[in-house]
Write a new protein. Structure first.
Ligand code: URP
Ligand code: ZN
Ligand code: ZN
Length: 469
């Protein structure tokens, strides 16, 4: 199968030029002046952007959490992703208490089997190292392409780990070349604040933000950075939401330490006032860290522009408002934490980031595609448009108007964080490993098409797939 994408503006993290992209089989064969090559499918991309498929390094599909399970399974999550121009993501496989990593991975591979529409990998979320052999098992995971270890420093009584578990994991990562990821919030302090708020009769959604002040994120971010220095491992701080955690990351990066940070689309657009919406609508915006004071939004735009933060993910962790979020109608601490976003990252960052002059098109590609691929061992197979790379390509019409609504989305949830937002720019065609996955508003592949990707260790390149015969 060959595809010739003709005359679009090809944009990578470093280049932008009008040219052609030739796909042969699953890979990109040529980029630039391809000439009069015969191809089975020819796509006229004139006036369109030809982008690398976006890579989302932070999602939660089919995950038990907060007394329920996220509403998007692998298939519906992938449909949302594909229609939003995301062609590969890395989801979290959560170790249960007392569970081996092998068992946890078997469960998560079972959730994926026969259901994937795009490519994906797993981070392992470490929750319990109390059995001696677990550390040894952790050290073997990079051999299976699981090259990132995630730790939650919050969610006391559920996913939260103590500093010993965090530090021991960091030591293993320093040995094995895995990247350590942290959800950085001080879970002990937050637990006290939540209990005090409930005891005082404060039950509304806005108390989710009031009991998780930004200092608790800043403290945990700094703690993780300092511990990673002692252990000698690389560190990636997920869903950075506020100045208090941007600052320690900026200092660490200024010093040249192996510290990286991501923020998520929603932190640029949703502020804490959304939590005060009446009739329990505020619950839609209960995710963690919480929406912050609006002033943080400019801090985050500055941070992504200056490479203090290096990636924008979605932290897609979708629940229904009606039936799941409403579990916390009488107690904000029972509202499942998480929000949807997989489908609209590119729309929102293209319109408000590039369109409003906050970042360049190249930087958008770097934040959404290239850097996530590089940091998580997917590059150069994923995250760029270059000969030999997987043909994961998005043809994006930068002028097409789109109104973002829950009604028009592919996620199974019943609301959208950006409901009613009008953007310029929409995804037209999505190609994964040379196969058209989305075109003319239709899904073109069956569940099972997407593949599991064994990722390279931090700082190493992922070998390309074998050349077609
Ligand atoms: O509220 C969120 N972010 N839910 C997903 C789990 C996490 O902390 O990333
Ligand atoms: Zn988190
Ligand atoms: Zn998350």
């Amino acid at each position: 199968m060959s595809v010739l994408i003709k005359g679009g503006r090809v944009v990578t993290a470093s280049d932008s030029f009008v040219g052609d992209v030739l796909v042969q089989g699953e890979r990109i064969a040529a980029v630039g002046e391809v000439g009069e090559t015969a191809a089975e499918t020819v796509i006229d991309a004139s006036g369109k952007l030809v982008l690398p498929g976006a890579v989302d390094p932070h999602t939660h599909l089919d995950m038990p959490f907060g007394g329920t399970t996220t509403i998007d399974d692998v298939t519906s999550g992938h449909e949302a992703a594909a229609f939003g121009g995301t062609t590969c993501h890395v989801d979290f496989c959560i170790q249960g208490q007392g569970q081996t990593f092998a068992d946890a991975l078997a469960t998560w591979h079972g959730k994926r089997a026969g259901k994937a529409l795009i490519d994906m990998g797993y981070h392992i979320a470490v929750t319990d190292l109390s059995e001696a052999e677990r550390l040894e098992e952790l050290a073997t995971l990079p051999e299976q392409g699981i090259t990132s270890y995630k730790l939650f420093m919050a969610y006391k009584g559920a996913l939260m780990v103590d500093d010993e578990t965090l530090f021991r994991t960091m030591q293993v990562a320093a040995e094995t070349g895995a990247l350590v990821m942290v959800h950085a919030e001080n879970g002990d302090a937050i637990d006290v604040l939540v209990k005090e708020a409930i005891a005082a009769g404060h039950t509304e959604p806005v108390w989710h933000a009031r009991t998780r002040p930004p200092e608790t994120e800043g403290e945990a971010t700094n703690r993780a950075i300092q511990l990673a220095r002692v252990a000698g491992c690389p560190l990636y701080v997920v869903h950075v939401s506020c100045r208090e955690s941007v600052e320690p990351i900026a200092v660490a990066r200024e010093k040249g330490w192996d510290v990286w940070g991501e923020t998520c689309t929603q932190y640029f657009f949703v502020d804490e006032s959304f939590l005060e919406r009446p009739d329990f609508e505020g619950a839609k915006f209960v995710y963690t860290p919480p929406p912050r004071a609006k002033a943080n939004q400019d801090v985050l735009w500055d941070a992504v522009r200056t490479d203090v933060l290096s990636a924008v993910s979605t932290d897609h962790c979708a629940f229904l408002w009606d039936g799941q979020k409403t579990m916390g109608r009488d107690d904000f601490s029972r509202i499942p934490n998480g929000g949807p976003g997989l489908e609209n990252r590119l729309h929102m960052i293209h319109h408000f980031g590039v369109g409003e002059g906050r970042i360049t098109l190249n930087r958008m590609v770097e934040l959404l595609c290239t850097n996530p691929a590089k940091l998580f061992g997917l590059y150069p197979r994923k995250g760029t448009i270059a000969p030999g790379a997987d043909a994961d390509i998005v043809i994006f019409d930068p002028d097409k108007p789109k109104t973002i609504t829950a009604d028009g989305q592919h996620s199974k949830t019943d609301y959208n964080l950006y409901e009613g937002t009008e953007v310029k720019g929409d995804v037209e065609t999505v190609i994964v490993r040379g196969t058209v996955v989305v075109q003319d508003g239709e899904l073109r592949v069956e569940p099972g098409f997407g593949q599991f990707v064994e990722r390279a260790r931090f700082g190493e390149e992922l070998q390309r797939s074998p050349a077609p015969a």
